[in-house]
Design a protein around this ligand. Structure first.
Ligand code: PMP
Length: 471
């Protein structure tokens, strides 16, 4: 590249970033950690205005199942544009929408598809969560909701209530099963079982203070919560508990859907059929689209119960249909499962070399690496123990014997790893309770060679940060 061109590109890049920080809201998010000005993208690769190229393992927060600008997506969009079809139609019927609904229903768990209704929502996952909550509240006549620790369902009022940052009287918070930071200190199937028993007892104890709720909402794999896959047995327990008490189960598959976890929908791993599914992100093939699908007997809300101007995005529906069909026809869910398992295995080997990696976990191509302080005390995360160890149950044989206690989360280390990745041309983001989990959400189309490059760059970044940390 000529030196003059490089200097010009660099000036454009800097100017845009400077104007962004001067003009955009203090609430901007990804833009703070990723000083990139994308101008071109294809598949896994993004090119910035400064000419630098990156491997994008953020994928629009898990949106881009087929990566950037996949040919089938572009072709579907062009076809709608060239056809002269209206681009804005409120929620009217169109051939494009009809095709999308047919393709979507084709992918749903059979028992749901046979009796499914679909509501097109405003074009964000959070609006579909609102619709799901409204639907079950209307259908049951009950206001309460069961949701989980670590949950993330969106930023509008109802979705925020259901997310773990909120404290709303209508939401009863239940323990989400996790191995590394198990609330009961034991992890594994027994930790999940205790969580399930707690759920059951809250519902059956007439003095628990939790009235029968309108529904239970859960993510089959918590994404923003730190990439925590729920065990299949636990998910089946939640289904049995809710079904036997006539409580609708809402699966929020906004992030886990469309092959990401190794099954087309993450609930398929367990065979669980939810009453309501919340879908967004990948279903729009990189354009905004959000829907709920639910069993027909819940469809008792009235016309206009969940309205909105932008519920008919024809380009998103066309891009979404192409994406759903491509994932289905090319077995990309299975590919995500196999490649994800391999990448998780490689990262687990890496963890043996780096004590600052506390845990590596995930399902399919939804992968998390939790950074911890290797020199921290195992109790530091929960503060000093006022009983001096007298209440340490971790060695209790009844609770399954001693387990490795988690080390304190290391958000600064995680941020340093993210920055070191960016220096090496790899885009990753952070998540988790303490923003200490490096998350990988590559497109399902990532090749073996690209996956190897991602692991190499991440390993190199980890090694560099670990060296500096040891000082
Ligand atoms: N549910 C889940 C599981 C999510 O991961 C997200 C977004 N990260 C949402 C809901 C909200 O979607 P949106 O940002 O499109 O409102």
């Amino acid at each position: 590249m000529a030196r003059g061109t490089a200097a010009r590109e660099s000036a454009v890049h800097e100017g845009i970033l400077r104007r962004q920080s001067a003009r955009e809201s203090a609430a901007r998010t990804y833009a703070r950690a990723l000083p990139i000005v994308p101008v071109r993208a294809r598949g896994l690769t993004i090119e910035g205005a400064d000419g630098r190229r990156y491997l994008d393992c953020l994928s629009g927060a898990g949106t881009l199942a087929l990566g950037h600008n996949h040919p089938v997506v572009l072709e579907a969009i062009r076809k709608v544009l060239d056809s002269g079809a209206p681009l804005h139609v409120l929620d009217l019927a169109t051939p494009v929408k009809d095709a999308f609904t047919t393709e979507l229903f084709r992918t749903l768990p059979r028992a749901l598809a046979d009796r499914a209704r679909i509501q097109f929502c405003g074009p964000a996952g959070t609006d579909a969560v609102e619709a799901a909550l409204k639907l079950v509240r209307t259908a049951t006549g009950r206001p309460g909701l069961l949701a989980f620790t670590g949950a993330y369902h969106g930023m509008t009022a109802g979705a925020l209530e259901a997310s773990s940052g909120a404290q709303d009287v209508r939401v009863a918070r239940l323990p989400y099963p996790q191995d590394y930071r198990c609330p009961f200190g034991i992890g594994g199937p027994r930790g999940a079982e205790l969580g399930a028993r707690w759920t059951e007892s809250l519902l059956d104890d007439t003095k628990s203070g939790v009235p029968r709720p309108a529904g239970m909402i859960l993510e089959p794999v918590q994404g923003e919560g730190g990439v925590i896959p729920a065990p299949d047995t636990w998910l089946r327990r939640m289904r049995a508990i809710t079904e036997s008490r006539s409580i609708p189960l809402i699966a929020d598959e906004v992030q886990t859907g469309v092959g990401r976890t190794g099954a087309f929908w993450a609930v398929e791993h367990s065979g669980v059929v939810p009453d309501v599914m919340v879908l967004s992100k990948a279903i729009g093939g990189s354009l905004p689209l959000a829907v709920i699908v639910y069993r027909d007997d819940l469809d008792v809300w009235g016309p206009g119960a969940h309205a909105g101007t932008f519920r008919g995005n024809q380009l998103a529906m066309a891009a979404g249909t192409a994406t759903l069909a491509h994932v289905r026809e090319n077995g990309l869910a299975q590919r995500a499962g196999e490649l994800g398992a391999r990448m998780i295995g490689q990262l687990q080997s890496l963890a043996k070399e780096h004590p600052c990696i506390g845990d590596v976990r995930g399902r399919g191509l939804m992968i998390g690496v939790e950074l911890v302080d290797p020199e921290g005390s195992t109790q530091a995360s929960s503060g000093p123990d006022p009983t001096g160890g007298a209440t340490d149950f971790s060695a209790d044989p009844l609770l399954g014997g001693p387990t490795a206690a988690p080390l304190p989360a290391a958000p600064e280390l995680a941020a340093a790893v993210r920055d070191a990745c960016l220096d090496r041309g790899l885009i990753v983001e952070l998540g988790g309770r303490h923003s200490s989990v490096v998350r990988l959400l590559p497109p399902l189309t990532i090749t073996d060679e690209q996956a190897a490059a991602v692991i190499d760059r991440l390993a190199d970044a980890l090694a560099a940060v670990a060296r500096t940390h040891r000082g």
